[in-house]
Design a protein around this ligand. Structure first.
Ligand code: NAP
Ligand code: FE
Length: 365
């Protein structure tokens, strides 16, 4: 067996009402900075539960937008420093969770966020508690944060061991209020972490165990997602699958799907999971050419018989969006060029060239 490391320092607490039961027992300091998006943390009940269970003082920054920008975290960092907080409670989808991680750095490092990409940071980020309200990014158990970088017209991740949340509270009931399309978009992001992690050159025996279990759990949700009929059990499976996806990519990174998807989000406004979703079947077709057995394993676990059947699932889930991007040759060349500069493409099996990435985009125009 090959040598590998496995590091996942986040304490996960999973279950109904887990915030109300357990948050009061966690001691990370006197004053909390609560970071959320504009509405959903209130809508789903997570913010109320936090405020009810919290013993000490707090300040709230609730201005995180979707696909958070450099400006957004700059503002949050200033707020954090002015309010001298000891730790951060992040509530929301991946956008607030990722923004909270960068804000946790900026709270104790008065630097420009873009400098973090160039030179890292000196003081360890404030400790973070993460409470996901989507079943998608797995950010509650990863060391990554992704920001939209206007000056390079793309999204870019940064990472560090101090960005792993200390605690992740996972209550599937917070995802009950998700509209169907956001449920689908985010669920497909989770699936892409599980599959890209399994197909990553950096996958290990331990990350595979997690990824394969997550893929099979995700498979239980396929008909519910197709029919738009989500019950508690399915929402529970999706939240768990999403965290298993996070645990996977914390070890393996993501691959070419995420690298190409960033341009579909930046230039076409496709939410992150949907961007991955419209690329997904072509990615499986590409990977079948270089690692057929792995693709077969994934299809078996999902209960699907072929890549074509997988493509049918994605087409059903994204019927209003698949094949509707209107990609021109110039766009394709530019997105491929950006993707080729990322580490994610380097993680992909078969060392895909610009030509292969071009073929994938040409197939989804
Ligand atoms: P999101 O951008 O956080 O949220 C999407 C929308 O869903 C927002 O309008 C949000 O409302 C709403 N929402 C969230 N929870 C809800 C709930 N329970 N009920 C109703 N509405 C709810 O979406 P996301 O897909 O979870 O996160 C995407 C971001 O994560 C991207 O920036 C992506 O690049 C990043 N990402 C990070 C990692 C990582 O490892 N760190 C991995 C993959 C992706 P509000 O605006 O009110 O919150
Ligand atoms: Fe993702």
């Amino acid at each position: 067996m090959e040598n590998f490391n496995y590091f996942m320092p986040t304490k996960m607490m999973f279950g109904s009402d887990v915030v109300k039961r357990e948050l009061g027992n966690i001691n990370l300091g006197k004053k909390a900075l609560i970071v959320t998006g504009k509405t959903s943390a209130k809508l789903c009940g997570a913010l109320d539960d936090v405020l009810q269970a919290l013993n000490g003082e707090y300040a709230i920054f609730d201005q995180v937008g979707n696909n958070p920008t450099v400006e957004n975290v700059l503002q949050g960092g200033k707020f954090a420093r002015e309010n001298s907080c000891d730790y951060v409670i992040a509530i929301g989808g991946g956008s607030p969770l990722d923004a909270a991680k960068v804000i946790a750095i900026l709270a104790v490092n008065d630097v420009h966020p873009l400098d973090l990409y160039k030179s890292g940071w000196q003081n360890e980020a404030l400790p973070i508690i993460a409470i996901p309200t989507t079943s998608g990014t797995g950010s509650e158990v990863t060391q990554y944060a992704v920001l939209t970088i206007e000056e390079s017209e793309t999204k870019k991740g940064l990472g560090g061991p101090d960005l792993f949340p200390k605690v992740a509270f996972l209550d599937p009931e917070y995802t009950d209020s998700l509209p169907l399309q956001i449920t689908i978009d985010t669920a497909v992001d989770a699936l892409s972490h599980l599959i890209e992690g399994y197909f990553s050159k950096r996958s290990t025996a331990a990350s595979d165990l997690v990824a394969l279990q997550g893929i099979s759990l995700w498979g239980t949700a396929i008909s519910a997602l197709r029919e738009g009929n989500l019950n508690r059990d399915i929402r529970r499976n999706l939240l768990l699958a999403s965290s298993l996806g996070g645990i996977t990519i914390a070890q393996t990174g993501t691959t070419l799907v995420h690298a190409l998807g960033y341009s579909l989000t930046y230039y076409h406004g496709y939410p992150h999971g949907r961007a991955n979703g419209v690329l997904f079947a072509e990615y499986l077709r590409y990977t079948a050419g270089v690692a057929l057995e792995k693709v077969q394993t994934v299809l078996d676990l999902l209960g699907l018989s072929s890549v074509d059947e997988f493509a049918d699932v994605m087409n059903d889930l994204f019927s209003d969006y698949a094949g509707k991007l209107g990609l021109s040759e110039t766009m394709i060349n530019s997105y491929v060029k950006k993707a080729m500069q990322t580490k994610n493409v380097g993680n992909s099996l078969g060392n895909p060239s610009a030509k292969e990435l071009t073929r994938i985009l040409e197939a989804i125009v």
